[in-house]
Design a protein. Structure first.
Length: 74
């Protein structure tokens, strides 16, 4: 299996969507009551946070990959 780079933005999005799924699964099992609109803030916050994390990750990786000007001597 080929290795791939770690993408924390997708991890954050997956965690929030999993939390929403668990909330509705608990409601379906009868363990607690979940309102129908409860998933909206969970998904919106999760996707916004995932976008922010992905942007920061991209900026950090681009900055580390850019070695700066080469061949410049003082």
């Amino acid at each position: 299996m080929p290795r791939h780079e770690f993408q924390p933005g997708k991890l954050v999005a997956g965690l929030f969507l999993t939390a929403g799924g668990i909330a509705y699964a608990g409601d379906a099992a009868g363990w607690w009551e979940t309102e129908w609109f409860a998933i909206i803030p969970v998904v919106v916050v999760g996707l916004c946070l995932a976008g922010a994390v992905a942007t920061v990750t991209h900026a950090v990786r681009r900055r580390r990959a850019d070695p700066g000007p080469r061949g410049v001597t003082s």
